[in-house]
Ligand binder design. Structure first.
Ligand code: GLU
Length: 308
C-alpha cells in the first residue's frame, strides 16, 4: 500500500511556523516513501473562519517549496479538499453512529449546560458530559423515542455526541510516543455534529482521512489527547483495520521551554513566527514573516528540518 499523508490546517489566521514544520515533515515522509501528500482545509468551525487565511497557507507553502500531489488548490481524485465543500457528506456518518448506538442526540440548551457547570463548580468539581453524567441530561438516552422524533421533526436544535463505552482502556500506538493509554472515564462525550448542520473537527477528520485513504497521520502533539476518541471512532465505524498510523510531533516551544512559541515571543526576541507577513483583517494587527524579512525559503526549511 502506498503512503498517503496529509496536512490539514484550519483557516483561522496566518500559518504558524510550527504548522509549517508539520507540513514539512509530512512532505519529507511522503518523499522518502514515494508517497502522496494532500492539502486539506479543515474549516468546519465557522466561528473561527478568517478570510484570507487559506490563501495565506497556500502562498506560504508554495514559497517554501512544500509541494502537494493533491489538494484544495490543485484538485485530485479524492476531492473536494475543503471540508465546507464536503458538508453534505458527513450527516450520513453521524447517522450511522446513531443507528449503531455509538452516538446520541443531545438537546441541552447552552444555559442548561452552564447551570450544570456552575452547580458542579459549587461542589468544587468540574462538569464533563460523559458516561457519569449523560443520564442526568436532556438527550435521546433519557427521553422517549417518540419525543426525540417529535423534537427533531419540529426543528428543535440538537447536537450529536459520541457515546464512549464506560470504563474502557483505549490505547493509541504512536510512532513517536509509543503506547499511550487513556480510560474512557477520563474522556467526554465529544460533539460530533453541531446544530448548524456542520460536523465538528473530530468527525470530519476521521471520515476524510478514511475516504482519502490516509495511511499516516503526522500532526502536532496538541492533538494527542484527541487521539483516543479518534481510535474509538475508527472502531465504531468498523474501519479499525485500515486506521492510519499516528505520529504526534513535539511542538516548537518558547525558549523557556514552557508552552508553545507565540507571536509575542518572536516580537520580544526579534524573529518572525510566521512564514509571510500578515495583517489581521479584523484588528489590523501586523505579524512579520520570514519572507519579508529577507530570509531565503531554503534557509527557513533548513532551520525547521533541524528543529526536530
Ligand atoms: N485542523 C487541525 C489543525 O488545525 C488538523 C489536526 C490534524 O492534523 O488532525 O491543526
Amino acid at each position: 500500500m502506498s503512503v498517503r499523508v496529509r496536512f490539514a490546517p484550519s483557516p483561522t489566521g496566518p500559518l504558524h511556523i510550527g504548522g509549517v514544520r508539520t507540513a514539512l515533515y509530512n512532505y519529507l515522509f511522503a518523499k522518502q516513501n514515494n508517497g502522496q501528500l494532500v492539502l486539506r482545509i479543515e474549516d468546519t468551525d465557522q466561528t473561527r473562519f478568517v478570510p484570507g487565511a487559506e490563501q495565506y497557507i497556500i502562498e506560504a507553502l508554495t514559497w517554501l517549496g512544500i509541494t502537494f500531489d493533491e489538494g484544495v488548490h490543485i484538485g485530485g481524485q479524492y476531492g473536494p479538499y475543503r471540508q465546507s465543500d464536503r458538508k453534505p457528506l458527513y450527516r450520513q456518518y453521524a447517522q450511522q453512529l446513531i443507528d449503531t448506538g455509538w452516538a446520541y442526540y443531545a438537546f441541552d440548551r447552552p444555559d442548561a449546560l452552564e447551570e450544570k457547570r456552575k452547580a458542579f463548580e459549587q461542589q468544587k468539581k468540574t462538569f464533563q458530559y460523559d458516561c457519569n453524567t449523560r443520564m442526568q441530561m436532556d438527550n435521546s438516552l433519557t427521553i422517549a423515542p417518540e419525543e426525540v422524533k417529535r423534537r427533531i421533526e419540529s426543528d428543535e436544535p440538537y447536537v450529536i455526541r459520541f457515546k464512549f463505552p464506560d470504563n474502557t482502556d483505549i490505547t493509541v500506538n504512536d510512532l513517536i510516543r509509543g503506547q499511550v493509554t487513556m480510560n474512557s472515564r477520563q474522556l467526554d462525550d465529544k460533539v460530533l455534529f453541531k446544530s448548524d448542520g456542520m460536523p465538528t473537527y473530530h468527525l470530519a477528520n476521521i471520515v476524510d482521512d478514511h475516504l482519502m485513504q490516509i495511511t499516516h497521520v503526522i500532526r502536532g502533539e496538541e492533538w494527542l489527547p484527541s487521539a483516543p476518541l479518534h481510535v474509538m471512532l475508527y472502531k465504531a465505524f468498523g474501519w479499525y483495520d485500515t486506521m492510519p498510523q499516528f505520529a504526534h510531533l513535539p511542538l516548537l516551544l518558547k525558549p523557556e521551554g514552557n508552552g508553545k512559541l507565540s507571536k509575542r515571543d518572536g516580537d520580544r526576541l526579534g524573529f518572525p513566527v510566521f512564514p509571510l507577513d500578515w495583517v489581521d483583517p479584523k484588528t489590523g494587527e501586523k505579524s512579520s514573516g520570514y519572507r519579508e524579512q529577507g530570509y531565503l525559503p531554503q534557509a527557513v526549511v533548513n532551520m525547521l528540518a533541524l528543529l526536530g
